[in-house]
Write a protein that binds this ligand. Structure first.
Ligand code: ATP
Ligand code: MG
Length: 566
């Protein structure tokens, strides 16, 4: 087991600092050479890109060294948790490419053992029922440099504590009226040891255990022991849990002998520019209708990114590129976008779409003629083959690709100028027709019949190449262009209310774009397209053949920074 299990692609991949520790533990024969990690989400929201970082670590380490990784739902707070979240978490992990087999567990599976441990600690004088409110308890906590104050209920007898705790669980007392606390040390330099709360009264039904329990363990009383009950060897988590570690050890000491205990290892959280990672804020965005749901393509959620057309591979590559350290940092969202662009460039099917169409009439082209020109599906991967696209006398091009009075070095269409229509002919502009307000309605051109691929003039060079779609064959569609959800780089560090920092232009809907038939025919869920010269697009979940909707996954280039400086 201590041998590194490596695939060819991983051979040169250096170990991160956690993998090194795990590797050493395995080599030293700890836990009988067993390796078991877990990913422990609380089902109180959808997973976000930060969770992806934890998932890649937890499952990745297990995969690399031939261990196993559990999925454990940390479902200790029934008020905030539900089955929709459980299902979405499962789907997202699978989509990222990881599998936990039959090792799906729930902290609620351990409620009986946790309750038993609590009862034992009460009997041993190591836990007591406190009748104070959580506010009063918080006030007595002290500060890191000033010792806390002992509760007036701290010295209740074990008998009285046990009686009260059992009655708490019978539902005899109101929520918030009493808690069970560990009796440790109100002067400890580690704040988590100042008589932490172990259990609180909650009367809300639990999504798995129903109304069986009226008391629920706090995360800190459930987490470490759950790892222990499950046989987890390496509990990998984020840095904010460093100060909790001694408390987890304290509770696990009450259960473990010297042969085995989980080893907690911490790495830095993922923080991304121009977005938020707090589930509380994400929930607010959803509940206040500021986004269309957890899977809104602007959300930093896995499901949002999937809907937007980001690939699992690009997310994993991004996580790989930022790595794991012991220091908190803020990562640029451009790095994620770069990874997305790189993968989509490799896999997206090329097609033509015109976002802001203006009609071009090729006056010397036969009126009823339709020529099928051949287009490469993906120049990055010739095996993807080609498709046919109709060319006719009337086509659409982008309004931005024509200028009546162009500046020097303008290589697109202009009066008397020539451009190549991608995959077809060279055309030359001979005139325009305008409406009463001076807007261009039609552009007139002639074509050079000798310049199509395969003909002698095919190699004739002109500076500009435009994308286009045949008017008679074009299919109307809607495009949804997404931008960053927030205008501010470091949202979490900004003191303003996050509402004030939202980007009002994070979604732009463009109706009446024109796509070639091939795109419409292949616009199935999960398809990735590159609209030539425009960007990467994927059909939205709400797209139908009658009403095509495309989400822009990402533009072709990182033009955002430049646009911001304008
Ligand atoms: P909450 O804000 O409700 O505490 P959370 O984001 O910590 O939620 P959990 O469901 O408790 O969510 O997280 C599951 C696991 O994912 C934890 O081990 C946590 O450390 C890890 N995780 C959460 N956010 C990030 C992040 N931004 N970067 C890396 N790992 C994260
Ligand atoms: Mg958490």
């Amino acid at each position: 087991m201590a041998e590194k299990v490596e695939t060819e692609s991983e051979e040169k991949k250096p170990m991160n600092f956690i993998e090194e520790i795990v590797y050493e533990d395995l080599k030293a024969g700890k836990n009988g050479g067993r390796l078991n990690t877990r990913f422990p989400p609380e089902p109180n929201g959808y997973l976000h890109i930060g969770h992806a970082k934890a998932i890649c670590m937890d499952f990745g380490v297990a995969e690399r060294f031939g261990g196993t990784c559990n999925l454990r739902f940390d479902d200790t707070n029934p008020v905030k948790e539900n089955v929709e979240y459980v299902d979405s978490i499962r789907e997202d992990i699978h989509w990222l490419g990881f599998d936990w087999g039959d090792r799906e567990y729930y902290a609620s599976d351990y409620f009986p053992q946790l309750f038993e441990l609590a009862v034992r600690l009460i009997k041993e004088g190591k836990a007591y029922v406190d009748d104070q409110t959580s506010e009063e308890i918080a006030k007595q906590k002290g500060t890191p440099t000033v010792a806390g104050t002992e509760s007036p209920y701290r010295n209740r007898t074990p008998e009285e504590n046990l009686d009260l705790f059992l009655r708490m669980n019978e539902g005899e007392f109101e929520e918030g009226s009493r808690v069970l606390r560990a009796k440790i040390d109100m002067a400890s330099s580690n704040m988590h040891f100042r008589d932490p709360i172990m259990y609180r009264i909650i009367k809300h039904p639990h999504h798995r255990t129903g109304t069986k329990w009226k008391v629920y363990p706090m995360y800190d009383f459930a987490h470490g022991q759950s790892d222990f009950f499950e046989g987890v060897t390496h509990s990998i988590c984020t840095l904010e849990f460093v100060p909790h570690r001694p408390l987890y050890d304290y509770f696990v000491d009450e259960l473990a002998d010297s042969s085995y205990r989980p080893r907690q290892l911490e790495f830095n959280r993922l923080n991304l520019t121009y977005t938020v990672m707090s589930k509380r804020k994400l929930l607010q965005l959803v509940n206040e209708g500021l986004v269309a749901g957890w899977d809104d393509p602007r959300m930093p959620t896995i499901s949002g990114m999937r809907r937007r057309g980001f690939t699992a591979k690009s997310i994993r590559n991004f996580i790989d590129s930022i790595g794991y350290t012991k220091f908190e940092a803020l990562n640029s969202i451009s790095l994620l976008e770069h990874a997305v662009r790189e993968d989509l460039n490799a896999i997206a099917t090329r097609g033509m779409a015109v976002m802001n169409p203006v009609k071009v009439i090729i006056t010397n082209y036969p009126e009823s003629q339709v020529e099928m020109v051949e287009m490469e599906n993906n120049p990055e991967n010739p095996a993807e083959g080609t498709h046919k696209m109709p060319f006719t006398r009337e086509i659409y091009i982008e309004r931005e690709d024509f200028m009546e009075n162009p500046p020097k070095k303008y290589f697109r269409l202009a009066p008397d100028a020539e451009v190549r229509l991608k995959g077809a002919y060279i055309i030359k502009c001979t005139g325009v027709k305008k409406d009463d307000e001076g807007n261009i309605e039609e552009i007139y051109c002639t074509y050079d019949p000798d310049t199509r691929s395969g003909l002698p003039g095919a190699s004739r060079k002109v500076k500009g190449t435009l994308h286009w779609v045949s008017v008679a064959h074009a299919i109307d569609a809607e495009a949804r262009l997404y931008d960053r959800l927030f205008e501010v780089e470091n949202v979490a560090a900004d003191e303003r209310d996050f509402h004030e920092m939202l980007n009002p232009n994070s979604l732009k809907i463009v109706k009446g774009i024109k796509v070639e038939p091939f795109i419409a025919e292949n616009a199935t869920k999960g398809a990735h397209f590159q609209f030539q010269r425009i960007g990467y697009f994927t059909p939205d979940y709400d797209s139908t053949p009658e009403h095509l909707i495309f989400n822009r996954s990402i533009g072709l280039k990182d033009s955002w920074e430049k646009e911001q400086k304008k």
